[in-house]
Design a protein around this ligand. Structure first.
Ligand code: SP5
Ligand code: ZN
Length: 350
């Protein structure tokens, strides 16, 4: 299988996130992508490709161009304002109620106000290299899509930072640009056909859902920890199924705590059935491995061999497939779990 990777991700190295009022080490570390790269290199069955520059057009087709401008200049404006902290995190939040009843709210001035208008959580710092890394993750994803449009049955984009929590005009959840949504939108336009997204990250892909919620040509199907207990809390409930032309083109399958392989596969079959019924020219997979039994921030119980079986079942859809990396935080087994998933997909796996 062809794999697309960029070393540019190394420059996005956020130090902290907040948990229970304390700064803790950020879980979304560069070593995640490096350990996946090494596992696939050591396997010998994967061919590495360098990403190609795709510009900003496909990003601006999915995201608010003002958000793209913000991220491009956030670091230089932070420094210009005399801030010394090595990472930008929001601390004061402009809830809609802040300006309730006021007719002429001022736009954000200070960089601390700016960041809080774009970033929805306290886990997703912007550092000096974030914009370049986020751009490279999109390039990695679009290069993988090019390979599939060029006739490859499968391609894997080793995206970092991940993307599925990034909405049209909002970043967060370790995500800045929505790699999978950008690829799905690009594929829909380039093939003129329908595209399905299967999101198997532990967390609901609120950003991907939001971007396509009212659109009928992209199906979004997600299996995730029930938002009644799991981040991002505000979306991913079973009753959310799309609106307008997108009615029925969103499917959420919330999972119970400690859900293991056997139960997971039953839910996966429902997801795959929906994708099969929807049809479409291509499939995009948001591949999160934070469903793993040892993941430090999640509560499902999948094992390494389950990933191979999930990959096999996805392959049975018989659709050209772009697989893009999302989460997965138990770094010691992350490479092996991704390798197992991709081997299963190719039908060469153990
Ligand atoms: C791409 C991706 O997987 N993003 C996930 C972002 C999760 N960020 C914060 C989650 C906070 C959950 N805290 C759970 C504590 C359990 N001990
Ligand atoms: Zn996740």
């Amino acid at each position: 299988m062809r794999v697309v990777y960029s070393a540019e991700h190394l420059r996005h190295e956020p130090a902290h996130e907040y948990e229970d009022g304390k700064a803790i080490a950020n879980y979304e570390v560069p070593e995640r992508a490096e350990t996946i790269r090494r596992a696939l290199e050591a396997d010998g069955g994967f061919t590495f490709e360098v990403h190609t520059e795709h510009g900003t057009e496909s990003i601006a087709a999915v995201h608010d161009p003002a958000m793209l401008d913000y991220l491009a200049s956030a670091w230089s404006e932070w420094v210009a304002a005399g801030e010394k902290a090595p990472e930008i995190l929001p601390d004061t939040f402009p809830l809609p109620a802040y300006h309730e009843g006021m007719d002429r709210p001022r736009g954000p001035g200070h960089p601390r106000a700016q960041v809080a208008t774009w970033v929805f959580d306290a886990s997703s710092p912007i550092v000096e290299g974030t914009y370049g890394a986020a751009r490279s993750a999109v390039d990695v994803a679009l290069t993988a899509a090019d390979l599939v449009l060029g006739g490859e049955r499968f391609a894997y984009g080793l995206c970092r930072p991940p993307g599925h929590h990034a909405a049209r005009a909002m970043m967060g959840g370790y995500c800045y640009f929505n790699n999978a949504a950008i690829v799905a939108d690009d594929l829909a336009r380039r093939t003129g056909g329908r595209v399905a997204i299967l999101d198997v990250d532990y967390h609901h892909g609120n950003g991907t859902q939001q971007i396509f919620y009212a659109l009928g040509d992209v199906l979004y199907v997600s299996l995730h920890g029930d938002p009644a207990r799991a981040y991002p809390y505000f979306s991913g409930f079973a009753e959310e199924s799309g609106t307008g032309a997108g009615s029925g083109a969103t499917l959420n399958l919330p999972l119970p705590e400690r859900c293991g392989g056997e139960e997971y596969l039953m839910h996966l079959d429902r997801a795959l059935e929906a994708i099969d019924t929807f049809g479409g020219t291509t499939l995009v997979v948001s591949l999160g491995i934070d469903t793993y039994r040892l993941d430090p921030i999640c509560d499902l119980a999948l094992a390494t061999q389950d990933y191979a079986e999930i990959g096999r079942r996805v392959a049975a859809l018989e659709r050209p497939t772009v697989v893009l990396q999302e989460g997965g935080y138990y770094v010691p087994d992350l490479g092996e779990n991704v390798r197992s998933w991709l081997r299963g997909l190719e039908g060469t796996g153990n």
